[in-house]
Design a protein around this ligand. Sequence first.
Ligand SMILES: [Zn+2]
Length: 456
Amino acid sequence: MAKKLLVLAFALVIASAFLVDLGRRDIDAAGDGGTLIRDASMVITMDAKLGTLENTDVLIDGDTIAAVGRGLRASGAQVVDGRDKIIMPGFVDLHTHLWQSLIRGCATDKELNGWLDECVLPLQRSPMNSADAYAGGRLSALDSLSTGVTTVNDWPHAFNADFNRGDLRALVDSKQRFVFTYMGGKDPAISQEIRRVKKDVIDPNPLARLMIGTHPATGNYENTLASEKLAEELGVSLNVHLHESKTDPATGQMDALRRAGALRPGLLTGHTIHMTDAELDELAAHDVRVAHNPLSNMRLASGVARVPDMKTRNMKVGLGLDGGTNDTSDMFNNMRAAVGLQRALSKDPDRYPTPTDVLRMATLGGAEVLGLDKEIGSLTPGKKADLLVIDTQALNFAPKVDWPAQVVFNTQPANVQWVFVNGVALKKDGKIVGDTGRAIADAQAAADRVKTYLGR
Ligand SMILES: [Zn+2]
């Protein structure tokens, strides 16, 4: 351990030297299973001081980014050829429901409430079990890893405790960094189960965090209040859907949050579309954060979130994929949608977010929303090694013109060659580590069962 710390400290010294000296350096590090990505054509660090670098190495030692610089040497480390490759921080998906891969393609002609009525609410009265949750969660987790999502905030719909256990198991097995949003409520048995899950599963796992989910509304105030109280007790944040559909404001969502004392730093609100100026001011004043889900909002005809107005108010905003309602885990597609929606609405090609802005929202911005920006979100030496490697030599990506812009506008999940989470390669040479064939077959079997519950 002491040796590892020494090695890391040495690497950090070298990395800081890199700021003023781009010459060759030798590091005798990572002899016990580290990874050296050598001579990457471009490294988009998302670190304000390091910026975007060319012909640069990235050294991973254990779970940490040990150094970013030229001519790094690491005896015993696996070496990945970085030529013609772009390295960037892994994506943070702030809002999803992984199990919903089981209802991909369901009710594509419906807005939110119609979609819920057809594809989700019937399942509350059905024997959804841990095997269903695991199968859907497993498929989505692998799909999301394949696109380069290294941190995911997953919210199963709490059909029952058994379903939650299966979903959580899929997350743990994925080896992704994750936030598990557990649906709270006034039933003391639910609170007790959440305390147990935090103590037994979340706290011992360095990749895991907890949030409490609730649906704030006048008619659901007691559950909202109990969820907020439990979140305060456990020192975690509340996660809600807010003003997603045009019918949501009339249900008293903002008022329920206000009365429950839930408008506080760290509260995560998904969608947050149908907002008045005063409501946005109120969220900003309390450092409430937003998960923007452009693909889902388009699919469900929900509207366009006022992301530029949130930026003006210095709110922390990141991106979410929102599970089955956008039918994909493709974060590149999601970034394009975030840029495109605002341009289409404003007819202004400079409208926030620009491609540079949206890259930040999908990485460091998402980490800030979760309060994890000291650990992840940029390729800063000392942070956890969550990163992806993009191959530029593809029909849909070449030639080289403006690579950071091409990451937003051209990249597809198939171009992602390597994905590392906490220093572990979970996608190697373009292939996901794990039995994808079995994940697909299990998801099909579960989807066939689920379809009978839907009665479609
Ligand atoms: Zn959602």
